[in-house]
Design a binder for this molecule. Sequence first.
Ligand SMILES: C[S@@+](CC[C@H](N)C(=O)[O-])C[C@H]1O[C@@H](n2cnc3c(N)ncnc32)[C@H](O)[C@@H]1O
Length: 278
Amino acid sequence: MTATVPTTDDRALKARHRAMWALGDYPAVAIDVIPELGPELVAASGVRAGDRVLDVAAGTGNAAVPAALTGARVVASDLTPELFVAGREFAARHGVQVDFEEGDAEALPYQDRTFDVVLSCVGVMFAPHHQQAADELVRVCRPGGTIGLLSWTPTGFVGELFKTMRPYAPPPPAGAQPPPLWGDEDHVRALLGDRVTDVVAQRQTLTTDLFPSPEAWREYWKTVYGPTIAVYRGLADDAERVAALDRDLTALAARFDRGTDTTVMDWEYLVLTARKRH
Ligand SMILES: C[S@@+](CC[C@H](N)C(=O)[O-])C[C@H]1O[C@@H](n2cnc3c(N)ncnc32)[C@H](O)[C@@H]1O
């Protein structure tokens, strides 16, 4: 198996995705909102000292750094090298070595069977061509190695966030699939197919109580989260549509809010691990 060579259209799409993820302040999201997800994925995937680990769509190393803390040798690969400055600082703060390297999850720049463990924490789900990305995860994992994926579910908060934003965004390019499908166990099983065995999947929730109100979450998210910032930018001249999206995002957070004095939300995700067949 070899990585697919990207077309010119695909390079343009990935350049747009890279620019989107560099917007706002994704490092703040990783550190302030979802820091426990990386360690959870590393534990679920059984990363051990000495393992060669690849964190795909690693961002600032939310999974790569805890993987390195086990004593593993870790490469953190991502489409958006703008995030590596914060990632390298994050690794240095924890006193670990992580190699941050630019790469598209759909055409990973690694040889077949290179890694003992291939991880992705709410990462590969954002590559638009799911089968191509899944094929790459399998290709670079050694036979008997582990693939560990943590993905937002379609019906959880972040899945619903993408559904809420969809009518306000330009239509996705032909062939691009919705990210939260990676949170559907059957979808991921079908993508990995009979090339893996010992699939274990579990739905979990991340509880966040960082925001005093649904409106406070919305205003924060509009300043830090690239996909949301990009949708608002596309509406810039249309005050009515901006107000409508504001209302819809507030209503979404209010629907998930089970707090009393402050907003408390449970964000559902799927953790799926699998072993590559020999
Ligand atoms: C929600 S962030 C997750 C980052 C990190 N794994 C974490 O847990 O914080 C999604 C990441 O996917 C990356 N990404 C999006 N499309 C990608 C692609 N085609 N190939 C590699 N990385 C991609 C983005 O640059 C971004 O860093």
